[in-house]
Design a protein around this ligand. Structure first.
Ligand code: C2O
Ligand code: CU
Length: 474
């Protein structure tokens, strides 16, 4: 069967100001010439209709005038310039989560750049080497800035469009709202910080609770899932459908189905799935998140219109995405390090291991190898490890706590080698790996990107109360 597949048709442009085009920068030979994509983002207070018309709009902090922020969509290897203006009344920065970029563009206040003061601006410039689904968020006062709505997606397109009918993005956000649909205060509650973090009570899809998403029988959808929550872990099931995971944290993997069709998404994680819409015209199928026992809810419904299927059988085209230019770690010759994740409440409510952790600072609930770095980043954070540039590194993360931790390393994608000693199949790379309680995850990467890089838990309460450290590549 031969057919012409339209390129992704859901390319929504929400950019503030048309993307203007600057003179082409010269690229290394081999890359086709690409013009710089320019964006401007203003960080500021706004209002968003998160829960529909029967409630007042919610006061949020956002990029541009919307939640989530404007989609930054560029092509692989295309230079990007983003001018970020701070119209908040406090410092901010922007971190380009998952993008392998120069350290000075990484957005960590004090560590990689001075914070952007109110009324000031900062220009981020980088060229994304990898195609995939990424996102951006503040790295200052993260609990409030992310928790009040500041987040957006970065989509880096493959040079050739992949064979799907539609390319859809769902930015999933979690909010703790009052009965008047306003954001509840109480960010940084110490009790919560020592447990699961600030899990909210309202999950939105692209900035609003969602009743349904319309689909057509027979179409193939690439669905890009982004979990931009402060703390909520999600496990999505698509009733009557079998999602095939094709990329994790932007990086292509061998296409595979997951146990029971559940797609696990910790805070900051992205998963791209391919869905063949093999349901019945006119029917609805729920998308259910059942991560937390007894707290399952439906996120939205796949609502089939009445038209007959666009094709009788699922599309006969490859599900594999082209690989990104990631350096392959040399496991035989790797330097090995272990990070022990420590602290938090035990089942009974007592703090764990406090006595043994001399480095735990005031207000710290968590530690990595006995030391707690707190906050969002600041000058003079001493590196826990100094890695030699170009060296292959095997980094083992041992979760000694009773809680889940999505562990994020800035500036790199790493291979996820094993969990509790069992090899992880499907060639999975990640920049944020979810480590369940008492489990151990082994990862590997090549330390090819020089600079001081943050490594922290992406449950924001955990990060700011101690589960953070710095790796130096020198
Ligand atoms: Cu998305 Cu320091 O993180
Ligand atoms: Cu954590």
């Amino acid at each position: 069967m031969s057919m012409t597949i339209p390129p992704a048709i859901s390319r929504r442009c929400f950019l503030t100001g048309a993307a203007s085009v600057a003179a082409a920068a010269s690229l290394p030979s081999g890359a086709h010439s690409a013009q710089t994509a320019e964006f401007s983002l203003a960080a500021k207070p706004g209002r968003a209709p998160l829960v529909g018309k029967t409630y007042p709009p919610t006061d949020v902090w956002c990029y541009g005038d919307r939640v989530p922020g404007p989609e930054v969509r560029v092509r692989q290897g295309q230079p990007v310039r983003v001018v970020v203006r701070n119209d908040l009344s406090e410092d901010t920065t922007v971190h380009w989560h998952g993008i392998r970029l120069p350290n000075a563009m990484d957005g960590v206040p004090g560590l990689t750049q001075p914070p952007i003061k109110p009324g000031e601006q900062f220009t981020y410039e980088f060229t994304p080497p990898d195609a995939g689904t990424f996102w951006y968020h503040p790295h200052a006062d993260s609990l409030q800035q992310l928790g009040r709505g500041m987040a957006g997606a970065v989509i880096v397109e493959e040079p050739e469009p992949v064979p799907v009918d539609r390319d859809i993005l769902w930015v999933l956000s979690d909010w703790r709202l009052t009965s008047g649909a306003q954001i509840a205060s109480g960010f940084g509650n110490a009790m919560e910080a020592g447990m699961s973090g600030r899990v909210g009570n309202t999950v939105t899809l692209d900035g609003a609770i969602s009743d349904e998403v319309s689909v057509r029988a027979g179409e193939r959808i690439r669905l890009r899932l982004v979990n931009s929550a402060l703390a909520r872990i999600m496990a999505l099931r698509f009733e009557g459908h079998r999602p095939v995971v094709v990329a994790v944290d932007g990086q292509p993997c061998e296409p595979h189905e997951t146990p029971a069709g559940r797609v696990l998404l910790g805070p900051a994680m992205r998963v791209d799935v391919v869905l063949d819409m093999q349901g019945d015209p006119g029917r609805r199928y729920r998308v259910i998140d059942d991560f937390y026992d007894g707290l399952s809810y439906w996120l939205t419904q796949l609502a089939y219109d009445d038209r007959p299927p666009v094709r009788p059988h699922p599309l006969d085209a490859t599900l594999s995405l082209p690989r990104n230019p990631l350096p392959e770690p040399d496991l035989a010759d790797a330097e090995r390090h272990e990070l022990r994740l420590q602290g938090g409440m035990m089942g009974g409510g007592a703090m764990m291991g406090m006595g043994g952790m001399m480095g735990m600072g005031h207000g710290a609930s968590w530690a990595i190898n006995g030391t707690s770095m707190t906050g969002d980043g600041h000058a003079g954070m001493p590196p826990l490890l100094t890695l030699q540039r170009g060296r292959s590194i095997v980094l083992t993360m041992r979760n000694e706590t009773a809680w889940w931790h999505p562990m994020h390393l800035h500036g790199f994608s790493f291979r996820v080698l094993s969990r509790n000693g069992a090899p992880v199949p499907h060639r999975q790379w990640a920049d944020t790996v979810l480590v369940p309680p008492k489990e151990t995850v082994e990862t590997a990467f090549v330390a090819d990107n020089p600079g001081d890089w943050m490594l922290h838990c992406h449950v924001t309460d955990h990060q700011v109360s101690g589960m953070m450290t710095v790796l130096r590549v020198a």
